[in-house]
Design a protein around this ligand. Structure first.
Ligand SMILES: [Zn+2]
Length: 119
């Protein structure tokens, strides 16, 4: 199986050249499961940040139970998972790989242009 272009389940949300952002959506359609992927190159070093935004699901159990847990433990635990098809998984891996390469290339070109402009 090969990665697709455009890729199923992977949405390009921002592209600044040296920094790109993707939304990797869950098969179930719940936006709480979305992986927000940020790939950024700076001085030939690439950082990849993956995060999800969770909301409390107060309606799923008693609010008092949540409050009691918060009072006694000092925190409330949340968990999220993403469900991906085989095709989406391959697309996700390929997207990370190509985003790392292209942002690094963009940052290198910009760095070289700055060196040329300064000399
Ligand atoms: Zn889901």
């Amino acid at each position: 199986m090969n990665a697709q272009q455009p890729a199923q389940g992977i949405l390009l949300t921002r592209d600044y050249g040296d920094a790109v952002q993707y939304a990797v959506v869950c098969d179930c359609g719940d936006s709480d499961h979305t992986h927000n992927v940020w790939v950024e190159a700076e001085d030939s070093t690439v950082s990849v940040i993956i995060y999800t935004t969770l909301k409390t699901k107060w309606w799923e159990s008693s609010r008092w139970k949540h409050l009691w847990t918060l009072l006694t433990k000092g925190y409330v635990e949340y968990e999220t998972s993403i469900i991906m098809s085989e095709q989406q998984t391959i697309n996700y891996a390929e997207t990370l790989k190509s985003a790392v390469e292209s942002s690094k290339k963009f940052a290198d070109i910009r760095k070289n242009n700055n060196i040329v402009n300064q000399s």
